[in-house]
Design a protein around this ligand. Structure first.
Ligand SMILES: Cc1cc2nc3c(=O)[nH]c(=O)nc-3n(C[C@H](O)[C@H](O)[C@H](O)COP(=O)(O)OP(=O)(O)OC[C@H]3O[C@@H](n4cnc5c(N)ncnc54)[C@H](O)[C@@H]3O)c2cc1C
Length: 341
């Protein structure tokens, strides 16, 4: 990043934000993170965009339009569930998996947290990979030890109801300022204004990243809401007294940390899991990839092809080819369309 943008821009726009997010120094981060997030953006392109706001054919990092479902992101998954049900499948929610059972090296059944055991032809796991390895029988100690090195970062989402409709025009803002702990602010009013009806309030979400042993993770909700309310006023985005209510959601293990050397740690883990027939580890936490939803959905599609059609997609390779997947659609007046139609 420094060689492409210079030390000053790196310090202002990359260092503090990245260190808030990952909780480690940028010098300990693998370059994969930067490669994925800024792709081949050059300083020239960034400056040109800032000065001329050029439209069309721009770098993915600089796009000023994105598609979002009217019913929110959840509607995509609700539709999936309806399709599965319509075809006779079943979706079990709140059904924790305690053990993945194998027989002669093949994954055969799941023991659920309620003690029940169910048999399956194939098991596709999206639980955090280190937990999967703890819940499989007879995993060599060396693999379990490797998996323990894989670290996940937690997020605390602090939602604030603010008594004003026009706070700022962006959907989200990254907060680089090291004097506040908040790392990102999302303004949901700018995603789906229609859901607000006649209300003149805005819902903001302030993201705080931490580890399990950080004091922040175990702070009381009221304290977190107070901190977030004070910080949002300090950013200048909200006036004193405008925050009317707050709500806290804690997300454990929701960022896979690309620490330097993580690929070497993953290699034996991937090789071992490849030896367990009928078991497929995919997803952001399941395969230890800094996925967006599109990558995880793609992994789901590819694993289904491997199982049903006998294809040999290398699922571990998905999301390492950063260029291909995200830009395969275009936004049109009537919705999202594949690029080649
Ligand atoms: C704060 C935040 C903001 C984000 N913003 C965006 C965004 O704007 N756009 C975008 O595309 N992506 C975004 N992402 C990333 C997106 O959420 C993930 O890429 C996506 O959810 C990954 O899907 P997945 O199926 O791999 O994992 P998940 O959605 O986490 O699904 C894994 C599932 O496995 C379940 N599970 C775990 N352990 C067990 C067990 N033992 N038994 C049974 N079930 C278990 C979990 O409960 C979970 O439901 C964001 C993520 C975060 C944390």
């Amino acid at each position: 990043v420094t060689s492409r943008f210079g030390k000053r821009l790196f310090t202002i726009f990359f260092k503090t934000y990245s260190e808030k997010l990952w909780g480690i120094s940028c010098t300990d981060l693998d370059s994969d993170f930067a490669a994925q997030r800024i792709k081949k953006l050059s300083l020239f392109e960034a400056v040109k965009n800032a000065l001329f706001q050029s439209k069309g054919n721009k770098h993915a990092t600089l796009v000023d339009q994105f598609a979002y479902p009217f019913g929110g992101t959840g509607s995509v998954y609700e539709n999936m569930q309806q399709l599965i049900s319509a075809r006779g499948g079943r979706v079990y929610l709140n059904t924790g998996v305690e053990r993945v059972n194998t027989h002669l090296g093949t994954a055969r059944s799941l023991t659920l947290e309620n003690g029940e055991t169910r048999e399956y032809d194939h098991i596709v796991s999206t639980m955090p990979i280190s937990i999967l390895l703890e819940r499989l029988p007879e995993v060599p100690a060396v693999i379990v030890e490797q998996a323990k090195k894989l670290t996940f970062r937690n997020t605390i989402l602090v939602y604030l109801r603010v008594d004003r409709p026009d706070l700022f025009t962006d959907q989200w803002l990254y907060v680089h300022d090291p004097s506040v702990e908040v790392g990102r602010v999302t303004n949901f009013r700018n995603w789906l204004p229609s859901v607000y009806g006649d209300s003149s309030s805005s819902i903001l979400c302030l993201e705080y990243w931490c580890n399990f042993d950080d004091p922040l993770w175990s702070q009381e909700d009221d304290h977190l809401i107070e901190t977030a309310s004070n910080e949002i006023v300090r950013t200048g985005l909200v006036e004193e007294g405008e925050v009317k209510a707050g709500h806290v959601v804690r997300l454990p293990r929701c960022y896979t940390v690309y620490f330097k050397g993580y690929r070497e740690v993953m290699k034996p883990v991937e090789s071992y899991l490849n030896t367990v027939e009928g078991l497929h580890a995919i997803g952001r936490y399941g395969s230890y990839k800094y996925n967006n939803q599109d990558h995880s959905i793609l992994m789901g599609l590819r694993v289904a092809e491997n199982i049903l059609d006998g294809t040999q997609h290398d699922l571990w390779a998905i999301n390492t080819d950063y260029e291909v997947y995200q830009e395969s659609s275009v936004i049109t007046k009537t919705g999202l369309q594949p690029k080649d139609t």
